[in-house]
Structure formats: C-alpha cells, structure tokens
Design a protein around this ligand. Structure first.
Ligand code: SAH
Length: 255
C-alpha cells in the first residue's frame, strides 16, 4: 500500500502525528528531496530505503512502488507541505489506480499556512478580505488564460503566490495591472517558512522585485499580497460581546 503524506513546510515537528506514525513503520520512503526536510527521514526505522524523487521521473517512482508492492511493503510517498497544492499527486493516484495499488493521503501543513505563522498574520480579516487566492505566475508550467495573474489581481483579495519568487518584475506588473492593488499595497516575501533560515521581508507591491533582489531571494519563498498585512481591519463578530451565535448569547441585539 502507498501512503501519500504531507511532510509540512520545513520544520520536522510540523508533520502530523499520523504522518509521523506512517514514516515510523514505512518499508520504503520516496521523498521530494528538493523541499522535504531530510531530518524527517530519521523518523524511519534504521536501514529503511529512502529515495529522493527530485532525481526521478514519475515512471521511476512507480517502478519503486511496484517493486515494494511485490514484497508486500508499505511505501510512504512524502511530499512537501500539503500534497494537494502543486504536489503532482493526481497523476500518481491515477497511475496507482490503474495498477490496482491501494493508497491513501495524509494532509500536511502547507507553506501558505507556515508563511502566515511566520509573519504572523491572518489572511481573512473582516472588512479587508474574506478570500485567499492561491496561485502562481505562469512560468515553464503554463497557467490557464482565465486565471492569469492580472485577472485574479482585479479582486484585491488576499493573495498567496507559490513558485513565483524568481519572476517578481513580472508579478509586480501583473498585480498592478489588475487594478485593485496599489503600488503601496502591503506585501511580504516569506523565505523558507519554518526552516532555521526563515525570513520575512515586508515590502509593498511596488517594491517586491527590488526587495527580493536586495535579499537574494529567488526560490523557496511565498509572496503574500494584500491589505491584511496593513493596520486597518474590523473586529470579528464571532468574539464581539454584542453578537449572539449558536454557542454564545450576546449582550446586545446585533444578530
Ligand atoms: N505542496 C507545497 C507546495 C509545493 S510547490 C505546499 O503545500 O507548501 C513549491 C513551492 O512552494 C516553492 O516554490 C515555494 O513557493 C513554496 N514553498 C514550499 N515550502 C516553502 C517554505 N517553507 N517557505 C516558503 N515557501 C515555500
């Protein structure tokens, strides 16, 4: 059986309890070595074969899994953050299904959560934004036309950009072209959230590219954009003393 497991975004203690248990009893581990913290591999039993998938094509990953199945092994396929974002797991799941190999998925702490913790910030602030757009700049992997950064930027919502830290001149231009963000809309570059090298560079939409240059950030970073990084917001109704909801009777009549 194959366990697809989210490793979390860096710190080895950010893996889930379930993920850690699966690692501890794995017969082989295939991990995305480009971003998975190798310290996690020490949770495996000594001598467990560990393969870095950064060097492998999907077909080679499948061969390792198939060979494991033939020995009755449990394979842990360890992905960075949460596997549901830019994890390329759909093609693996489909291939496993085709071969009749059972699998399950254990979520992980995505880097967009790790980055919010690093700032620290709340993406969904009342009166500011109640939506988070998770996207990327088109690069060698294209983005569908209707999701071009410029059109997504027309909403002015909280935005988290993956896989785009090396293209910030273009990102900046597209964000401004959308019409809802200003040159001075707050932004942040979060480098290696939850790793020992973690760094948060606060800037604005207009200074994203120059900030990345100044700190030599090109990869393993998320770009956060939006007024949630600013000073103004409204208090939540949830904890407002005058607001009633199913768990609490409010003192006022704001319902
Ligand atoms: N599935 C992963 C994302 C994989 S795509 C997740 O849920 O986080 C790889 C991209 O994720 C990187 O280019 C970078 O933009 C981002 N990333 C991954 N780990 C990161 C971290 N610790 N800090 C900041 N960005 C990170």
């Amino acid at each position: 059986m194959v366990h697809i497991v989210g490793a979390g975004c860096g710190a080895p203690d950010l893996i889930t309890v379930r993920g850690a248990k699966l690692l501890a009893r794995a017969d082989q581990i295939i991990y995305a070595g480009s971003l998975v913290n190798p310290e996690l591999l020490s949770r495996a039993r000594p001598g467990t074969p560990c393969h870095d998938s950064a060097r492998l094509a999907l077909e080679e990953v499948l061969e390792l899994i198939q060979a494991g199945e033939e020995k009755g092994w449990d394979t842990v396929r360890l992905h960075t953050g949460d596997p549901c974002l830019y994890g390329a797991i759909r093609e693996q799941m489909d291939a496993l299904e085709e071969r009749g190999i059972p699998y399950d998925v254990t979520p992980g702490v995505s880097s967009f959560c790790g980055a919010a913790a690093a700032v620290p910030a709340e993406y969904t602030l009342p009166g500011v934004s109640q939506s988070v757009i998770i996207t990327r700049m088109a690069g060698r992997t294209p983005v569908p036309e209707r999701e071009k950064l410029r059109s997504l930027a027309a909403h002015g919502a909280t935005m988290v950009l993956f896989l785009s830290a090396g293209m910030l001149e273009e990102v900046q231009g597209q964000l401004l072209a959308g019409g809802a963000y200003r040159e001075d809309t707050p932004a942040a570059i979060v480098y290696k959230a939850s790793w020992p090298e973690e760094a948060v560079y606060r800037c604005t939409v207009g200074t994203l590219a120059e900030t990345a240059r100044a700190h030599q950030v090109q990869r393993t970073a998320l770009i956060l954009v939006g007024d949630f990084l600013g000073e103004d917001y409204r208090r939540s109704l949830l904890y407002d003393p005058g607001f009633s909801h199913s768990f609490r009777e409010g003192k006022g009549d704001k319902k």
